[in-house]
Write a new protein. Structure first.
Length: 430
């Protein structure tokens, strides 16, 4: 959905099972059109498309791509962002830490992401009525699963592949005129999980002098143009569930990313579980969320600081002695319209805080609801069909973005197109 001022809202199609292109395409007829119709949005409906490596390869066939482009045009749909995080099967089988593979050490991750960028360049609509070009984003794994990394050479290999991808994006932009950017998505227990780690990595390895020199070698660009290209084509996918689980401060992390020149290319609007106290009732209820499909990282805060667990079983096993003064946050995406999931709550307040900032001055141009866990969500917290629930989430976001007490509280619209400076000013966040 085009919300104006260059901001687009969608939901991620990874909520719908489908690994082949035929399955993904069928989901548009079965679910996406239904979600659109339930919202009655007066304009074209944006889509956040998830493509496995298999589906991407199948869609790249000219006949499949032409048919899909025609379908989008006939139905008032447009694709502006891709989820390039899960490479393989994402539903109905054990995913866990395998979701990060192949990671950015592997040239296959580079090949797959290059293909996604090529597809998105073909799918992006050309112009909006205001005659501004829409830019594309592809979200991806945060480098690798942290326990899988063993030596500094692993990081160097990830950096090389990321810079090679930027070189591909530079060539793609030169050839097509489309700016596609890669959005690394920090996640608990990964190489990039905190804002501190993101800022250090970008400053040292992706935006620094060595990265500029390497991109100059790969592309033939001059120094200033290579520097600009790194900022244009590399940024962040800020998943609000992940950030809240890490106990980030919303205003502080967004301000610091802005000051560091790291663009928030995509914001995934999602909420996790919060256990402000670890009593027996809450722990027993939480065991219902320990499914065999997805990884549910846990971050514990107590007087000594933060303790991280790779999954719920490890966190349960560490419960010894008194639990007084401990709080858990769990990476399990729950419906964003639920603030309470008795006997615990969600991280919805974090979501609402960031959306309040988005109202005043856009944090990101691409907003994507991403609650992919409906199939494993305990029954008491499911409500209605998938298309009904997704439509309800999108309606909730639109309400939050529209709930402005007075237009006098708003700063003048100041969204900059992606690739032209920062997306958020420091004003109003101190």
């Amino acid at each position: 959905m085009n919300l104006g001022d260059g901001v687009h809202l969608t939901y991620c199609s990874n909520v719908h099972p489908g690994e082949s292109w035929a399955e993904v395409r069928a989901n548009f007829d079965r679910y996406v059109l239904s979600v659109r119709d339930r919202l009655s949005f007066p304009g074209d409906f944006g889509v956040g498309l998830r493509l496995s490596a298999r589906a991407a390869t199948e869609l790249s066939e000219p006949a499949a791509l032409a048919e899909f482009r025609g379908f989008l045009a006939r139905n008032g749909l447009y694709v502006f962002t891709l989820n390039g995080f899960p490479y393989g099967t994402f539903h109905g089988a054990r995913v866990k830490e395998g979701v990060y593979l192949p990671d950015w050490r592997d040239p296959e991750r580079l090949r797959y992401t290059n293909l996604l960028a090529d597809l998105l360049a073909d799918l992006l609509p050309a112009k909006w009525p205001e005659d501004t070009a829409i830019e594309g984003s592809v979200s991806t794994v945060p480098g690798a699963f942290k326990p899988a990394l063993g030596c500094p050479q692993d990081v160097a290999l990830m950096v090389e592949h990321l810079l090679r991808h930027v070189a591909h994006l530079v060539a793609l932009r030169s050839r097509t005129g489309r700016l596609i950017a890669l959005a690394l998505e920090p996640e608990p227990h990964c190489f990039l999980e905190t804002v501190d780690e993101v800022i250090d990595f970008f400053r040292r390895d992706l935006h620094g002098p060595a990265a500029i020199r390497r991109l100059m070698e790969l592309t033939g660009l001059d120094h200033a143009t290579a520097d600009r290209a790194l900022h244009d084509h590399l940024g962040l996918c800020l998943d609000l569930c992940h950030a809240a689980v890490e106990f980030e401060n919303a205003a502080d992390c967004i301000r610091r990313l802005d000051e560091s020149g790291i663009r928030i290319l995509k914001m995934q609007i999602s909420a996790g579980l919060r256990l402000p106290s670890l009593d027996a009732v809450a722990i027993e209820a939480l065991k219902r969320f320990d499914d065999p499909v997805y990884l549910h990282q846990v971050v514990q805060q107590d007087a000594s600081g933060l303790t991280r667990f790779a999954d719920l079983p490890e966190a349960f096993a560490a419960l010894q002695g008194s639990t007084a003064g401990r709080e858990w946050r769990v990476h399990f995406h729950v419906p964003i319209f639920l603030d309470r999931l008795v006997p615990f709550s969600s991280t919805q307040p974090f979501v609402r805080e960031v959306l309040a900032m988005q109202r005043v001055r856009p944090v990101s141009a691409h907003l994507e609801v991403e609650t992919y866990t409906w199939s494993v969500l305990p029954e008491p917290f499911r409500s209605g069909s998938i298309d009904e629930s997704v439509a309800r989430e999108l309606a909730w976001v639109r309400t939050e973005l529209a709930s402005i007490a007075s237009s006098a509280t708003l700063a003048a619209p100041s969204t900059l197109p992606m690739g032209q400076g920062r997306v958020l000013s420091n004003q109003g966040l101190s």
